[in-house]
Ligand binder design. Structure first.
Ligand code: THG
Length: 270
């Protein structure tokens, strides 16, 4: 599966501090460690503290690219921040633009903009599209799948390869009141989204959202990822430095016959 390392995110105290101090070494170590642990992409999110989000995105990318060639996942809800990142990124290493909803009240054409931007930026530039529209994040399975179908249709109309499209059904904290039915709604959605096109779009999610505020973060994360993988998810934004999570992913892949069994399968997967 395609794992996106979540740690270069201003939401984390060490990254927030490194941004404030312009301390490249902290960022470069996180890039190296996550790559070594098995990340295919590194998520890059400036967080909310930095005043200059565009400049911070560029500083993070430049710091990472000085020492590391791993593909980057530019993570911002603001299109201008992603555009700023694209100005300094090496698109030949592979890039994911994270993320766009189907449409917004303030910007009906946001998905078109993401697709066109990816197409102009080069053949190795993919996008993450959220099953979210101008009405917000749906709670049920059917609306998630209906929005995903519109996203896939738009990609096809615009000649954008569905293998460069990652659909995110948006997992939210299980601890939020009345949210406990959401994980199973998402599993049902995953199962349907993978049949929307051939070849299928990738399916991804920000796994750690699920366990926010709980006492058993790693256990909840790794249990849910095995469930989602078995239903057809093939990517996720995760803490690749969580060894128990990585072992659960490796075991799932082996049990799903995606990795060959050997007595040392945990060592060979990542
Ligand atoms: N979908 C997409 N992109 C995303 C998300 C998503 N990007 C951001 C986020 N969600 C995924 N990344 C994270 C990163 C960190 C945490 C959760 C999701 C996290 N952080 C600690 C917390 O809030 O408790 C930070 C505190 C700390 O440990 O220092 O949980 O859904 N496409």
């Amino acid at each position: 599966m395609l794992l996106i390392g979540e740690r270069i995110n201003g939401m984390f105290e060490d990254v927030k501090q490194a941004i404030a101090d312009k301390n490249k070494a902290v960022i470069q170590n996180l890039a190296a460690n996550q790559t070594k642990a098995g990340a295919t992409f590194l998520d890059v999110n400036v967080g909310t503290a930095a005043a200059d989000q565009e400049g911070t995105m560029q500083w993070l990318i430049e710091a990472i690219q000085e020492t590391c060639q791993t593909s980057l996942c530019l993570d911002s809800q603001k299109f201008n921040v992603i555009q700023a990142g694209l100005k300094v990124i090496n698109p030949d290493n592979g890039v994911l633009l994270n993320s766009t909803p189907l449409n917004k009240k303030t910007d009906e054409e946001i998905l078109d903009k993401f697709i066109e931007t990816a197409q102009q930026a080069g053949p190795k530039v993919s996008i993450i599209a959220l099953t979210m529209d101008k009405n917000g994040v749906p709670q049920d399975t059917d609306t998630r799948v209906a929005i995903a179908a519109e996203i896939v249709q738009k990609a096809m109309e615009k000649g954008f390869d569905t293998q460069k499209l990652f659909v995110d059904p948006i997992i939210l904290p299980v601890k939020v009141p009345n949210a406990q039915a959401q994980p199973q709604n998402i599993l049902a959605a995953i199962e349907q989204i993978k049949y929307l096109s051939d070849p299928a779009p990738h399916i991804t999610m920000g796994l750690s959202n699920l366990s926010q505020g709980t006492n058993e973060r790693s256990l909840i994360n790794r249990t849910f990822i095995t469930m989602a993988l078995s239903r057809g998810m093939d990517s996720a934004i995760v803490d690749v430095l969580d060894k128990d999570l990585m072992n659960a992913v490796a075991t799932s892949e082996m049990l799903m016959n995606k990795q060959i069994y050997s007595d040392s399968f945990l060592k060979v997967c990542f």
